[in-house]
Design a binder for this molecule. Sequence first.
Ligand SMILES: Cc1cc2nc3c(=O)[nH]c(=O)nc-3n(C[C@H](O)[C@H](O)[C@H](O)COP(=O)(O)OP(=O)(O)OC[C@H]3O[C@@H](n4cnc5c(N)ncnc54)[C@H](O)[C@@H]3O)c2cc1C
Length: 299
Amino acid sequence: MYPRAFDYLAPETKEEVLDVLAERGDEVKILAGGQSLIPMMKLRLASPGTLVDINRVPDLDSISIGNGHLTVQALVRHNDIVNSELVTTENAAMASAAPWISDPIVRNLGTLAGSVAHHDPEGDWASVMLACGAQVVAESRDGGERVIPITEFLTDMFTTSLQPTEMITEVRVPRYASRTTHEHAPPRGGGNYQKLERKVGDYATVGVATHLELGDDGGISKAGIALTSVYPHNLKVTEAEHLLVGSQPSDELFAEAAEIAKSACTPASDVRGSAEYKKDVVRVFTERGLAASLAGAQR
Ligand SMILES: Cc1cc2nc3c(=O)[nH]c(=O)nc-3n(C[C@H](O)[C@H](O)[C@H](O)COP(=O)(O)OP(=O)(O)OC[C@H]3O[C@@H](n4cnc5c(N)ncnc54)[C@H](O)[C@@H]3O)c2cc1C
């Protein structure tokens, strides 16, 4: 099916993008990698009156560290993250998840910012961002900059708290605490992404993102667990995170956290597997992910 007719604008500055959003508001959609928006338009699930293509805007495609964060700008592609040495050394959950996003074509075009803005419950990045405690930075012409915790940004499936006049400029992920206090300290943080897919490049049947940080005594100082494709939206398993924080890591503790994650999700039975099977995969992946995260943090 062809999309409905729309105006196409390709401004060359961020200010022009923000002007278009301020003036046309609700009827505008930002085009980044187009890997979710274009299929939605072809199916007529989205019919924006105006597309504002941000791909010609300069200085929106870097990955950097500073102010305690790893910062991923709006035009950083999935494959930029796969190939980023900075991400490899800074954030194990992101490094582990990036190669799992779809296939090479989608990874060459699609962006992390577009993925969280789209908030498909089968999207992998939202779970990783929930586990890592990310912040989304949005800008608008009349409201300036707004820093939104990811838990407040992702409101429901395919829904976020982004205003029609706002554009995401970057997503910030906190650095491991040890790195923010001593630049060259070992990470004392680790993370992982486990994904089950029917075939290479498919969306997740089940995905589990984990993130752990250790304090001076080897106890868990920070924990993140979030699930993909097993709930109406990406699900942060807060109860399991609370169980972990303040405890010494152990197989028994991780098994208990994994049981909580299993109980929290409500997957549907479909061609990818029964609900019971998917719940058990959540349990196994949570245990494995926490063990891998711990190994990274104890390096
Ligand atoms: C065949 C196929 C397989 C896929 N498999 C996977 C998979 O396995 N895992 C996975 O996670 N994803 C998968 N995807 C989705 C892919 O990751 C998309 O790239 C991603 O969801 C959206 O990023 P994008 O840059 O392409 O955004 P676009 O498609 O350009 O935009 C998506 C939405 O985000 C908004 N948006 C984009 N950028 C901004 C911004 N800076 N500020 C405000 N709003 C913005 C747009 O207006 C639109 O509403 C797949 C896609 C395809 C086509």
